[in-house]
Design a protein around this ligand. Structure first.
Ligand SMILES: [Zn+2]
Length: 210
């Protein structure tokens, strides 16, 4: 199986955790990244192998997670989620995103409430792994030179239009802030992720939409 070789390329035993894989790749990048001076072609080859292995293992892990989420996810509520709440505005403070919402209090207090927010998932670019630089092949040879990543244009991040589903439990009703840890923006070079903070106004009737 190919996964085995990927682990070997990162000097890891099979079944290593995602944290181990990330740490191992960081270590390899530190030792062999072609941007640093004095690298031999053997170093560059090691780096490319490690990068490929890292990308493939992350892809496999993501697929596992998706499959697990798909089986664990609760059934969507019978009523339209949009009927229980209304979007007011959003703002970003550092890596945190704030959403102001109206939420119908009786609805939420009774059976809970499902809120689906428009969400821009900003993630580390899978092509350059957040570095903004990648290797471009020169002609037919196995000579590579560092270049601006074509996938993210050197930003290190990509943005995916997405939706975030939040289940409000009855205990959350009435709170003026609901903080969802690590659901905010992503910063590739520090690998930090901000929070998403809901600021609901609890109402017994939703204001008319203009
Ligand atoms: Zn990139």
């Amino acid at each position: 199986m190919q996964l085995n070789t990927y682990h070997q390329d990162l000097n890891l035993p099979e079944g290593a955790s995602i944290a181990d894989i990330k740490a191992a790749f960081r270590q390899m990048a530190k030792s062999y990244h072609p941007d640093a001076a004095g690298r031999t072609s053997a170093d560059v080859e090691k780096f490319i192998k490690a990068q490929t292995a890292y990308q493939q293992l992350m892809k496999t892990a993501a697929a596992h997670n998706r499959a697990r989420r798909a089986t664990v996810a609760p059934a969507p509520p019978a009523s339209s989620p949009a009927a229980n709440w209304r979007f007011v505005s959003s703002r970003e403070v550092g890596l945190d995103i704030y959403y102001r919402l109206y939420i119908l209090k009786p609805e939420a207090a009774g059976a809970g409430c499902q809120v689906t927010l428009p969400w821009q998932a900003r993630e580390a670019c899978p092509r350059c792994l957040g570095q903004g630089r990648t290797l471009a092949r020169l002609g037919q040879n196995s000579i590579y030179r560092p270049a601006t990543c074509p996938r993210c244009q050197g930003q290190g991040t990509i943005t995916r239009e997405s939706r975030l589903e939040v289940s409000l439990t009855p205990e959350m009703v009435g709170r003026d802030k609901i903080r969802l840890r690590r659901a905010g923006l992503y910063h590739p070079s520090t690998a930090q992720r901000g929070d998403l903070i809901l600021e609901p106004t609890w109402v017994s009737q939703l204001p008319r939409q203009n």
